[in-house]
Design a protein around this ligand. Structure first.
Ligand code: SAM
Length: 273
């Protein structure tokens, strides 16, 4: 399983520079842990998953039966799936994120609440004692897992697919990684109106992307620096791994996840071979 939450936050080089400049105001956390949850909520919880949800839904016409969402986060896609009338099981590793998901669900209409089960678990090794018409995983989530854990993910999914069931993954369309490290920063607005800086550094030799998020306001107190490291790989690699794990990839459809129109993701549909 991803061990970042157990090991504690990564002190990225960029985080190191920031923390030494802000002194005692500085707090280092992982994007998915307790201290990071405020930033996560501000940036991600309600970010628009409409176009991504639509791509999943197009692959599951009619009533799919029970649907399992892996690495569900705070429900960015789960809640739109519930709105479609689906019966959902949402599995997520982080205790903080699960607690926030449960709180959000408790405030949802009872019809949605009744159709959603929340499980704290590891997507690379789970046993729910139930089979699903579809298992879905959103963009960015497979990137949490190293190679051995991805094998565990594929094996666990196979164990949970009902006959004819679909494994649907949205994957980021990444370019092959350049040989040299690449760094970039951009400012983002959270739903609270707060401004955050997102700094991304790609480490080609490790096939890792280091993410550092911190307040644009240099005087913020506490000055919370959230970090996360995620794997980088191409869609071809995941498709190849799915084939080796016992799946047939029956479709891969590029789509645009934002209104901008440029295809930045691929919806991959796989079934048991
Ligand atoms: N699906 C959500 C969304 O679209 O907003 C969250 C996606 S976020 C990129 C990745 C999520 O995977 C985080 O919530 C993280 O805590 C969770 N995660 C990381 N490793 C995991 C694992 N081994 N099993 C289950 N969830 C995991």
């Amino acid at each position: 399983m991803t061990d970042q939450l157990e090991r504690g936050p990564a002190r990225t080089a960029h985080a190191g520079v920031l923390l030494s400049s802000v002194g005692e105001r500085g707090v280092l956390c992982d994007f998915y842990d307790e201290d990071g949850s405020d930033t996560y909520r501000d940036l991600i919880q309600d970010s628009d998953g409409t176009l991504e949800t639509r791509e999943f839904a197009a692959r599951v016409p009619g009533d799919p039966g029970p649907v399992l969402e892996l690495a569900a986060g705070m429900g960015r896609l789960t809640f739109p799936f519930l709105e479609l009338g689906w019966e959902m099981t949402a599995l997520e590793l982080s205790a903080t994120v699960v607690a926030a998901f449960r709180k959000r669900l408790a405030e949802a209409p009872s019809d949605l609440r009744k159709r959603c089960t929340v499980v704290q678990g590891d997507m690379s090794a789970f046993a729910l004692g139930k089979r699903f018409g579809a298992v879905v995983i959103s963009s960015g989530s497979v990137n949490e897992l190293g190679e051995a854990d991805r094998k565990g993910l594929y094996a666990s999914v196979l164990e949970h697919l009902a006959p004819g069931g679909k494994f649907l993954l949205s994957l980021e369309l990444t370019k092959p990684v350049d040989a040299e490290p690449v760094e970039r920063s951009q400012e983002l607005s959270g739903r609270s109106g707060r401004r955050h800086v997102l700094h991304v550094k790609i480490l080609p030799s490790e096939e890792i992307q280091e993410i550092t998020i911190y307040p644009a306001d240099e005087t913020a107190d506490p000055f919370v620096v959230c970090t996360h490291r995620r794997r980088l790989f191409t869609v071809d690699r995941i498709v190849r791994e799915l084939g080796q794990a016992g799946f047939d990839v029956v479709a891969r459809k590029p789509f645009a996840s934002t209104g901008g129109g440029r295809d930045d993701m691929v919806l991959v549909e796989a079934q048991r071979s």
